[in-house]
Design a protein around this ligand. Structure first.
Ligand SMILES: [Fe+2]
Length: 189
């Protein structure tokens, strides 16, 4: 069960209408290494991971939904004043034709999200190594998104998200060590 707090985890400000940047940000909305994929991957893995790691997956999976909400807010703010002509010029003409200005779980290339982006292998170490890779890929994407904009307000929010990916990666690495230690102390008769 979740308790809902009606505010963003970190403020999202944008200083201008920029549908081109909104299109790039969709990579973190409905892309393979995006926030939706992260949240669904971690929460789903909880049922077969050892008890010691369930809380970690719940914490991080829940936080990824908070990040998804931040990305949604960025995309909304960057496109809310855009005309259909501006959306078309930014490569969002097909998106507009299908969704008006509604958000949708596409990646930056317009490809819809798919569960094939994520894994639930059932092997704790395999799952955790996938999670570490996911965090590193998300961190890299945030860096490239920061590089693509000169909007300092937007950069500030993106830097917060990049830092959180680093923290998540470190926590998953710690979880690997905990499970390895457990495995090493197990007696086999
Ligand atoms: Fe993360």
């Amino acid at each position: 069960m979740w308790i809902y707090e009606k505010k963003l985890q970190y403020p999202v400000k944008v200083s201008k209408c920029d549908p081109q940047m909104a299109k790039y940000l969709m990579e973190q909305y409905g892309g393979a290494d995006g926030e939706l994929a992260a949240a669904l991957r971690y929460l789903n893995q909880r049922y077969t991971i050892p008890d010691k790691v369930i809380g970690l997956l719940t914490d991080i999976g829940t936080e990824e939904f908070a990040h998804l909400e931040m990305i949604a807010t960025m995309i909304y703010k960057l496109t809310k004043d855009a005309t259909p002509e501006q959306l078309e010029a930014a490569g969002l003409g097909a998106h507009y034709a299908a969704h008006d200005s509604a958000l949708f779980y596409n990646n930056a290339g317009g490809v819809p999200w798919t569960a094939a982006y994520i894994q639930g292998k059932g092997d704790p170490l395999a799952d955790l190594y996938e999670d570490i890779a996911a965090e590193e890929k998300a961190r890299a994407t945030y860096q490239w998104l920061i590089d693509l904009t000169d909007d300092v307000d937007l950069q500030d929010s993106l830097k917060f998200l990049r830092e959180r990916e680093i923290v998540h990666s470190l926590r998953f690495r710690e979880a690997v060590e905990i499970l390895k230690d457990d495995r090493a102390t197990k007696k086999v008769y």
